[in-house]
Design a binder for this molecule. Structure first.
Ligand code: PLP
Length: 401
């Protein structure tokens, strides 16, 4: 190779990206997008129909006409974009209505809506803690919580998953060295389906003078008698908690929020960079989320149907090794990446979409299934039959350990 060209390659500041991609591929961790042509319980990929057991649309609201019509009407009235940040030109009466509705659902004084759940976590955590503070995180917390803690500059310490004894030990060792302290946990763990020990965490927070931020992304609309989430499920409504959630899962729209005391929300409006320095949520997303909250509050039967579906599926899967779950997220635990990929492939050949989730996203490989209120009994039966076939195929495959 001529010397000049050789030098150029050596000096290419982007050359490391190719190398990095190669090692991602070598580890079997490479991921890419899949086009889903039709949303709902039956989706279409590459012209073939699949039963969808991978959606976060737990109540089936993302395709509900009332949300669609609300989004269309808001677009007609206010346009497609919010055109500016909320503090300059991007605030509409619709935003206020949505924030009031969230606060009402969550039984808090106020709420603030961000453009996504990820941004809500980043902005709120970075506003609440800084260099002289301590953040304690459940080891399985969502990426947005983890990155929020990193962005804040606080000292971050993990405690063992759902282990309040380990949290106590870490608080005893560390709390006195820091000014403010924030305990952060998902309430429903999205890749496992289990719940955090919220009452114990709140008691520890009181004892050690800590703030608590809970991520109700997979709980809102799903958990609790009125769909308010795990705080309601655990009977902890009214306690001092920073409640985060997303509008993009059971609420079928897009966006995130923090609900809490009026002072907390006022503080975030003045200090959360991912709210101050970004364009307000679009009118369509805002109106769809507002319509969804009304449905969550008025149609208890949707939640009842969801939980009936969860109970039925669980009752049919007693022969599979499931991770402990108290939510509509059910995981079939598998021993290796290879077995999980084989199982997902087998399910796909049976017309079922339920992906393999593997390291580094989770510590152990699994098939993750999510149940929707709109799944019909016959669709769940088809999933069960396909899972049984995938299990038999694994047993008979000599290449699978
Ligand atoms: C637990 C949890 N928190 C936060 C988020 C981020 O929410 P959003 O999709 O609204 O950005 C997600 C979504 O993937 C999540 O699962």
């Amino acid at each position: 190779m001529p010397k000049l060209e050789n030098n150029r390659m050596q000096n290419d500041p982007y050359a490391w990206i190719e190398k990095s991609l190669k090692s991602i591929e070598k580890a079997g961790w490479h991921r890419s997008t899949k086009t889903i042509d039709r949303p709902g319980t039956v989706i279409q990929i590459d012209d073939r129909d699949y039963l969808n057991f991978a959606s976060n649309d737990y109540l089936g609201l993302a395709t509900d006409d009332r949300l669609i019509n609300a989004a269309i009407e808001a677009t007609r009235n206010y346009g497609t974009g919010s055109t500016g940040s909320r503090l300059i030109t991007g605030h509409r009466a619709l935003h206020q209505e949505l924030e009031t509705a969230i606060a009402h659902l969550k039984q808090t004084e106020d709420a603030i809506v961000f453009s996504s759940g990820y941004l809500a976590n980043l902005g709120a955590i970075a506003a609440l803690v800084g260099k002289r503070d301590l953040v304690l995180l459940d080891q399985y917390n969502h990426s947005s919580l983890r990155n929020g803690a990193i962005v804040s500059g606080a000292t971050t310490i993990d405690y063992a998953h759902c282990d309040s004894q380990d949290l106590r030990t870490k608080l005893e060792q560390q709390r006195q060295h820091f000014q403010h302290s924030l305990i952060i946990t998902d309430t429903v763990f999205s890749m496992d389906g289990d719940l955090c020990p919220l009452p114990e965490i709140l008691d520890l927070a009181d004892e050690f003078e800590c703030m608590v931020l809970v991520d109700e992304a997979h709980a809102t609309g799903v958990m609790g008698a009125t769909g308010a989430g795990c705080i309601e499920h655990f009977g902890c409504t009214g306690r001092a908690i920073v409640q985060m959630g997303t509008l993009s899962k059971a609420l079928g729209s897009l966006g995130g929020y923090i609900a809490g005391s009026a002072q907390l929300i006022d503080f975030l409006r003045n200090r959360a960079p991912t709210w101050i320095y970004t364009t307000g949520l679009s009118p369509a997303d805002t109106a769809a989320a507002l319509a969804a909250i009304r449905i969550v509050q008025q149609e208890q039967e949707r939640r009842t149907q969801l939980w009936q579906n969860v109970a039925y599926l669980k009752s049919q899967l007693s022969n599979l090794e499931l991770l402990p779950s108290e939510s509509p997220i059910l995981c079939w635990q598998l021993s290796t990446v290879q077995t999980a990929l084989e199982a997902a492939k087998c399910l796909q050949s049976e017309g079922i979409f339920a992906p393999a989730i593997r390291p580094p996203t989770v510590p152990t490989s699994r098939i993750r299934m999510t149940v929707m209120a709109t799944h019909e009994r016959g669709q769940i039966d088809r999933l069960v039959a396909a899972l049984n076939r995938a299990k038999i195929e694994q047993k008979s495959n000599p290449l699978i350990p």
